[in-house]
Write a protein that binds this ligand. Structure first.
Ligand code: ADP
Length: 183
């Protein structure tokens, strides 16, 4: 791994799984994923950053869609972003782990990937869903995220790249550690 630019790429089946440290609003993948809330109302963290960088048209589309249940995903255009689409998914709020959080987090990733496949997209970038305001323990969340992505690439050959864009060094390091346990 290069020590300057934080990046780790691994080939999985026909596709690429990529970890980078950075700001997801700058990604050039076909779609970036937003860690939204169920009202699609915008908020703090990555949600606020995506709406700020993408401009008001994304929120217009979100208002028309109306909402998204936890564990599901919806798609809008990318507005002013380089990515053509934003897939808005809703991760669980972590309340101790006994309320189906793991299944819901896995579902948020899986439904986003299925939506990307349905739209014939080739590349998709995810943030670390639920690990900010929604308080999901980071290593567990990273494991679920990576396992879901690795399994998807193993079972589908349409998506060429799944990238995780981790905002801070600590999150990136945990994703690298968890990925090494899986591959
Ligand atoms: P949630 O409500 O799902 O927990 P948050 O936005 O609070 O979502 O946090 C999810 C993750 O996104 C956190 O690791 C946070 O540091 C990260 N994050 C915040 N801004 C950005 C950004 N611009 N690009 C990528 N990740 C970001």
């Amino acid at each position: 791994m290069n020590e300057e630019v934080k990046i780790m790429d691994v080939k999985v089946n026909k596709g690429m799984l990529s970890l980078v440290q950075g700001d997801i609003t700058r990604e050039e993948t076909d779609a970036i994923v937003n860690a939204a809330n169920s009202r699609l109302a915008g908020g703090a963290g990555v949600d606020g950053a995506i709406h700020q960088a993408g401009g008001p048209s994304i929120m217009e589309e979100c208002r028309k869609i109306g909402g998204c249940p936890t564990g599901q995903a919806v798609i809008t255009s990318g507005g002013a972003l380089k990515a053509k689409y934003v897939i808005h998914t809703v991760g669980p709020i972590y309340r101790g782990g006994g309320r189906g959080e793991a299944n819901l987090l896995q579902s948020a990733y899986l439904e986003s990937l299925k939506l990307a496949s349905a739209r014939k997209l080739k590349s998709i970038a995810f943030p670390a869903i639920s690990t900010g305001v929604y308080s999901y323990p980071l290593a567990e969340a990273a494991h679920i995220a990576l396992k879901t992505a690795v399994d998807y690439l193993g079972e589908h050959e349409d998506i060429e790249m799944i990238r995780f864009v981790l905002f801070d060094r600590g999150t990136f390091d945990v994703f690298v550690k968890e990925l090494r346990k899986i591959i």
